[in-house]
Write a protein that binds this ligand. Structure first.
Ligand code: DC
Length: 227
């Protein structure tokens, strides 16, 4: 952590744009924390499903956001944990039901307000690379470095499909592409904090680039922007 106020790097972009892998690489190199804010929306979604709340029931989701605070714990060896109302949701955030429902849950303004408040507090604690959809536009509009990482839907689907195949998941490329396009539409079409680049963000289109190349590009950009 720096002696003055901590530094925040805002890293936004659509699903499977490489934000998490690249953000983690950049954070490690800089000695900053890394937070993937998508995990917080996923944790809240898991808690909603556990409580048998229909992800379309905004009133119940508002109640959940009020009653179950989300806490992020940066551990040395176990990585980042996300607790909802004191329960560790981290092992569940990639479950298929969560994946299906998260775009709906993240449309609810009160859910967003609760999570954004936590994200802003975390940015006050220590230097951080924060990845999401609205970090540069809403969460940290004064961040000194803002990057919007993107790639064509086909490239993102190809990368995600390769990862899934490596895990033995038999989902087809066409299914992965359709799911990404569905999420893109919901994330950028929603009324509250839609996904879009901040006017002062550097948009980086990563088609054809490796993760290492993107990370080096970002580190060079950060080096130019930060004194
Ligand atoms: O990055 P991800 O796929 O884990 O994000 C899961 C969902 O959370 C995504 O569909 C949109 C939402 N999200 C958001 O609305 N704002 C953020 N800052 C991060 C994620």
């Amino acid at each position: 952590m720096s002696a003055a106020s901590p530094i925040a790097i805002a890293l936004d972009g659509p699903a499977a744009s490489g934000k998490t892998v690249v953000g983690r690489m950049v954070a490690r190199k800089l000695g900053y924390r890394f937070l993937d804010t998508g995990v917080m929306y996923r944790a809240m979604t898991w808690a909603a499903l556990q409580a048998k709340i229909n992800p379309k029931d905004a009133a119940k989701l508002r109640g959940l956001a009020r009653e179950r605070p989300v806490v992020v714990v940066f551990g040395e060896d176990r990585g980042v944990l996300v607790l909802v109302g004191g329960v560790d949701a981290t092992p569940h955030v990639r479950e298929a039901e969560v994946e299906q429902a998260v775009s709906l849950v993240s449309q609810v303004a009160e859910v967003r307000d609760a999570l954004v408040a936590v994200q802003r507090r975390l940015a006050q604690e220590a230097d951080i690379v924060m990845a999401g959809r609205d970090i540069g536009t809403v969460v940290l509009p004064d961040a000194p470095v803002k990057v919007f990482l993107t790639a064509s839907a086909q490239e993102r689907a190809r990368r995600r499909h390769a990862e899934m195949q490596a895990r033995g998941d038999g989902t087809t490329y066409e299914q992965v592409l359709a799911e990404l396009q569905r999420r893109d539409k919901l994330d950028s079409g929603r009324k509250v904090s839609p996904m879009r680049p901040a006017p002062d963000a550097q948009v980086v289109v990563t088609d054809g680039m490796s993760e290492e190349q993107v990370a080096s590009f970002l580190l060079a950009l950060i080096g130019r922007k930060l004194p």
